[in-house]
Design a protein around this ligand. Structure first.
Ligand code: ADP
Length: 372
């Protein structure tokens, strides 16, 4: 026979109740409070004696009480363990009238003929505060991001005009006065012409970059193979100059995408494949497409200088370049534009490279389903 516990059952029950971390209220079938634990006193600010025998609605804001009486009667018709008011915002009310958000779980318990209902109440004040703070921070971030986008767009757009002026007049100076003002002057004018041209490139690329972010995507059926052919024609000058060979697979899909942006991404990647060539071999760039499940993967592979492993993440960041302009011209915006285009289409872009052997950029345009 088991030894009788030295602790009386009621004391054990009380002790358990009081050691629970959350307020617990036990009510009878008529909704009158039969028992509360210590946490109820602490959280709601009532003494135990002020609550016993009173309707449980005393712990609710007044505006919710009438409704609660109806809800509690309905619960008693089919009492079972469940959370209260799923999807609703629930509130408790302290003795001083202040309210706080709560989460409540209910469980029925048979006691002789009566059914008692245990409510475990969790004070959500802290959690709600964190949620609200997070929401406010996210909204603030979104706002400042939009502001920044707008700023980049307006700044690059408005700078174009005065810059055009500077560029054309420095070019004019160069044409008219070259050889007439002395060697120094020729050199200075040369720097000014070069600086203005570089700034124009930067501003144009920046404008393209911010347009990709701010314009709505214009989705239509794009024959990707044709788009690639168009880019190869456009790059004819660079291809001839470098004696490059640019080829593509035969089988390309038609996808739903923004045609200008599709063109832009191939343009940047193929141009890079030609630009970052090795001195010892003529550049070869191949564009391929393969289907995996429902997604098309496009790739641009070159036999150029390659990229060291540790720089692979960095190159997609705005203005990040691995070389000086005298070695390879550029603004460091092309790949940032590519990543933006891909992400706006719901895809991803990756790069694999072997330094000294070549590089492959692979991307998906997930939004682009194959047309039947
Ligand atoms: P840009 O070409 O104007 O420098 P990008 O954003 O297109 O700017 O590229 C960023 C950097 O990534 C380049 O400066 C270069 O160092 C590296 N890179 C891009 N494409 C290639 C490539 N095909 N082969 C080797 N390096 C590349």
């Amino acid at each position: 026979m088991a030894a009788e516990s030295p602790i009386a059952a009621e004391d054990l029950f009380r002790g358990l109740l009081d050691s629970a971390p959350d307020p617990i209220v036990i009510v009878d079938g008529s909704g009158n409070i039969q028992m509360v634990n210590r946490q109820v006193e602490r959280v709601f600010g009532f003494e135990r004696d002020e609550l016993l025998g009173r309707p449980v609605e005393v712990l609710l804001p007044e505006r919710l009480r009438a409704n609660h009486v109806g809800e509690r009667r309905r619960y008693m018709e089919n009492p079972r363990t469940r959370p209260m008011g799923v999807g609703l915002e629930l509130f408790g009310r302290r003795k001083d009238g202040s309210e706080f958000p709560v989460e409540i779980s209910l469980s029925p318990m048979r006691a002789g003929r009566d059914v008692l209902v245990t409510s475990i109440i969790r004070d959500l004040t802290g959690r709600k505060e964190v949620e609200n703070q997070l929401r406010a921070t996210a909204a603030e971030l979104e706002r400042s991001n939009a502001e920044l986008e707008q700023f980049a767009y307006v700044a690059s757009h408005d700078l174009q005009e005065p810059l055009r002026m500077v560029a054309s007049y420095t070019q004019l100076l160069a044409r008219r006065y070259s050889g007439k003002l002395g060697e120094d002057a020729d050199e200075f004018i040369g720097f000014a012409v070069d600086g203005a041209r570089r700034m124009q490139e930067l501003i144009n690329d920046l404008l393209t970059y911010s347009r990709v972010g701010s314009r709505a995507l214009e989705l239509e059926a794009v024959d990707v193979g044709k788009a690639v052919d168009g880019v190869i024609v456009d790059l004819g000058g660079a291809i001839d100059d470098s004696q490059a060979t640019v080829t593509r697979d035969d089988d390309f899909p038609t996808i739903e995408a923004d045609p200008r942006q599709v063109q832009q991404i191939f343009q940047n990647l193929i141009a890079n494949g030609i630009k970052f060539r090795r001195a010892d071999v003529a550049p070869e760039v191949h564009v391929s497409a393969r289907r995996e499940d429902d997604t098309w993967h496009f790739a641009v592979t070159d036999n150029g200088i390659g990229i060291e492993q540790q720089y692979l993440d960095r190159i997609f960041v705005l203005f990040q370049r691995l070389h000086s302009r005298s070695d390879y011209p550029g603004t460091g915006i092309g790949l940032a534009i590519c990543r933006r285009i891909v992400e706006r289409h719901g895809g991803t872009i990756q790069v694999h490279s072997k330094p000294g052997q070549g590089t492959t950029f692979e991307f998906t345009l997930t939004n682009g389903r194959k047309k039947a």
